[in-house]
Design a protein around this ligand. Structure first.
Ligand SMILES: [Zn+2]
Length: 59
């Protein structure tokens, strides 16, 4: 699932255990090993890009 942190930046969270720690190489949750679906990764990347456009900070 997607979260927004207090700074307004999107964060990826685990659908299974609700934590926000991911192995970005394997796209797996550190806590429970849940694998992030590809469309969720895409949604996160899009949200991140949107955020960077808004703030003017490139990725
Ligand atoms: Zn998890």
């Amino acid at each position: 699932m997607l979260f927004t942190n207090p700074a307004g930046a999107p964060e990826l969270g685990c659908n299974e255990c609700g934590c926000r720690w991911f192995d970005r190489i394997k796209n797996e949750c550190y806590e429970c090993g849940w694998e992030v679906p590809k469309d969720e990764i895409k949604a996160f990347a899009d949200a991140l890009e949107e955020y960077y456009k808004k703030t003017g900070n490139p990725p």
